[in-house]
Design a protein around this ligand. Structure first.
Ligand code: GAR
Length: 325
């Protein structure tokens, strides 16, 4: 876990059955460098073996049968249980329910699923039998982000498992299970650590900065920076600062409305803003990125305002034109 990660991510695991993947996630979370902890195991089947295991391990559980409930009401109860324990991610581990679109949307980028095939092949059920019947050389397992479409979100990791002669769906499933238990904890760990990873943060900032008109990237004193205007006479509107001058922060430096605004933001929201060494004196605000719950729309807005503060008229005109669409 990077030094700057303030706390472990809190994971709610949703299960319907045996819970061997839940167990893999749980035991990995007990390694001292794990970047996540299991805050809850929740199930739509009160008799699920996974719940008994979680209880024995001292993990909070929640069980609610979906029978006789609308999908919306059941999802809402499961979500409520996750929120009550302060979960910031949900890991579906053999949770055999289709989720409502609103629920999925609220957890976009923060809900993962494990699926026993090499996606995009064989979404849905009977994946091993279908891989064998198709004559595939390999089956396997994928961990992906959950989106509205079944088993169709971004694949975060996969392991292929060879299909042997005379393979049955059962024998393949058993071997794939070994692969599942290796894959899920690692992919989840990598995913929750991403918001503290300088490379990942830089890529996001770069995409936002270069989406503004007439911009280009130029390094300044070893830091990536973005300018608006021509290569020759452009002006900097943003810098990326990775733990410079002894601060623990990875931050985006932008021009703000002036020293008063800068000082007020830093005083009122010290978890979100800081006054960077050297740059702060000339009105550059540090927007802290390596923390939980960064609002990326607000980051984009700050970049936009900083860009406006230094952009030449020609660039402003192209922005105005774009705004009319
Ligand atoms: C796992 O094989 C998982 O890939 C699969 O359910 C099993 C759960 O086992 N998930 C799906 O099929 C989702 N569509 P477990 O309860 O022992 O973890």
């Amino acid at each position: 876990m990077p030094e700057t990660a303030p706390q472990r991510a809190r994971i709610a695991v949703f299960v319907s059955g045996r819970g061997s993947n839940m167990a893999a996630l749980l035991y990995t979370s007990r390694l001292d460098d794990a970047p996540y902890e299991i805050a809850l195991v929740a199930s739509n089947d009160p008799g699920a073996e996974a719940l008994a295991l979680a209880e024995a391990e001292g993990i909070a559980t929640f069980a609610l049968s979906h029978k006789g409930m609308t999908r919306e009401a059941h999802d809402a109860a499961m979500e409520d249980a996750a929120r009550k324990v302060g979960a910031d991610h949900i890991a579906l581990a053999g949770y055999m329910r289709i989720l409502t679109p609103d629920f999925v949307k609220r957890w976009e980028g923060r809900m993962l699923n494990i699926h026993p095939s090499l996606l995009p092949k064989y979404t849905g059920l009977d994946t091993h039998a279908r891989a064998i019947a198709a004559g595939d050389t390999h089956g396997g397992v994928s961990v992906h982000l959950v989106t509205e479409d079944l088993d169709a979100g971004e694949v975060l990791g996969q392991i292929a498992v060879a299909i042997r002669p005379n393979e049955t769906a059962e024998s393949l499933a058993e071997r794939v299970r070994f692969a599942e238990h290796q894959l899920y904890p690692r992919v989840l760990a990598r995913h929750v650590a991403r918001p503290y990873d300088a490379g990942w943060l830089l890529d996001r900032v770069r995409d936002l900065a270069l989406a503004l008109p007439q911009t280009h990237e130029r390094e300044s004193h070893g830091s990536p920076g973005w300018r608006v205007g021509t290569e020759k006479s452009g002006k900097y509107f943003a810098y990326f600062s990775d733990q410079h001058h002894g601060t623990p922060h990875i931050s985006l430096l932008v021009k703000c409305g002036g020293m008063d605004e800068l000082e007020a933001l830093v005083e009122d929201q010290p978890h979100a803003y800081h006054k960077p060494a050297y740059y702060g004196a000339s009105g550059w605000l540090g927007v802290i990125l390596n923390r939980p719950g960064v609002d990326w729309d607000a980051v984009a807005e700050r970049l936009h305002r900083s860009w406006q503060a230094v952009a030449p008229k020609s660039a402003m005109r192209s922005m105005d034109a774009a705004d009319q669409f």
